[in-house]
Design a protein. Sequence first.
Length: 499
Amino acid sequence: MKQIGHYINGEEVAGTSGRTADVYNPATGEVIAQVALADKSEMDKAVAIAAAAQPAWAAMNPQRRGRVMMKMVDLLHRDMDKLAEALSREHGKTFPDAKGDVIRGLEVVEYCIGAAEMLKGEYTDGAGPGIDMYSMKQPLGVTAGITPFNFPAMIPMWMFAPALACGNAFILKPSERDPSVPMMLAALFEEAGLPKGVLQVVNGDKEAVDAIIADETIQSIGFVGSTPIAQYIYGNGCAAGKRVQCFGGAKNHAIIMPDADMDNVVDALIGAGFGAAGERCMALSVAVPVGKETADRLIEALIPRVESLKIGPYTAGDDVDFGPVVCAAAKERIEGLVQSGVDQGATMAVDGRGFSLQGYEDGFFVGATLFDNVTTDMDIYKQEIFGPVLSTVRVDTYEDALKMTMDNEYGNGTAIFTRDGDTARDFASRVNVGMVGVNVPIPVPLAYHTFGGWKNSAFGDLNQHGPDAFKFYTRTKTVTSRWPSGNKEGAEFSIPTMK
Ligand code: NAD
């Protein structure tokens, strides 16, 4: 059995805690590896190595650090297929989707090539007599990140690329479900020129996370995952005096106006609702058609498309629209929620229950499911399903659709489909959601903008990547200097003010 340890000080080392977790191939249900689960002493060791390595990395000028990012981009292109294959094997997503996972991470590394521009400070010449004032952005020191299973390449890169570009050391605690790709990324970064110990991967579960929170050297924590864990880490991390940003779960609504281009809407809902088996924080999981006629047309058009979705292992290539969900527990949870939808009175428009794939009977496959006549008191509406299930909630008016989206506890993404500019503009302006699509189903901003939700989808002040990342991973220091240095005015006992 393959054993996955930790990536410490430039090499993969075995775990010493004696605890491991099974890693599955979700398509077959087989255990394909065991990953070490770190204890506090292993985390302490990694932190000490990071703290020793960080000052020399920070002292390297930002343009040279940018060159390491540039080389990393080349290496990611070189190893794209290898990374995507490892990713699909442990996650279950299709091969093209796995490549997309790597590419969306690569784009943030690419953005970080220009770190020198982002790290420039401010300068005021002549702020007073002989006085100049300037600010600089300095790295925090040792930083850490905790990532979810659903984007094992993209989200680690969203965190560590800007953290490293700013001159920090970074410790990643990836998901224990698909740990291989993060380990490969750390090795690649070293090949790109990163000194040993600056980027380390410590595998683990809650014990490793608690060790990060308790550690006094670690200055910041980035987290992406479910909302309850985001709240736990945000609360405890802040109480421990760290800078923390936590991104949580989602329930993304798609508003379909009567004037929308229905072909575009159906393509959008099929791709964004069922791609990656719905295991995306930006998946569209709630369709909100406005008016009975719109709803009837939508359901009629969706049914044959949902019924004909091709589900299978990533090894089946282009013949597959989406793969299995990540583990047996996820499958069981999704199936339980689907059953609750039936029990609570939703209309089953396409029934994915009992799906089984010949030759892959032990895989964690879930059939595509479409619900109609869902109401906001049902569990399938209230909970994030994170599976291939689309719920349709019918409303009478645009204001009803807007209110429902705004009343939902989550605020990660949303989309409106319409041909009317006034409605689109009104929606984008008023809705209390962090990322809004207009005729775009998955409005994930590109690397040079920032990514982040509102309400219970995010905790903290700054978003991921884009300019916010350079704020999150640096501290501002402001220097006031006087030349000539002699104080000609004698002692001042009141607070200095501008002369
Ligand atoms: P998760 O919360 O179960 O796990 C995320 C990380 O937290 C993992 O590294 C895991 O080991 C750790 N963890 C799990 N339980 C913990 C505990 N009790 N104490 C401390 N740490 C713990 O999430 P997941 O199932 O890996 O990922 C799916 C979730 O992530 C979904 O809710 C999805 O919406 C969310 N997500 C959000 C975004 C975003 O940007 N908002 C992006 C991707 C995924």
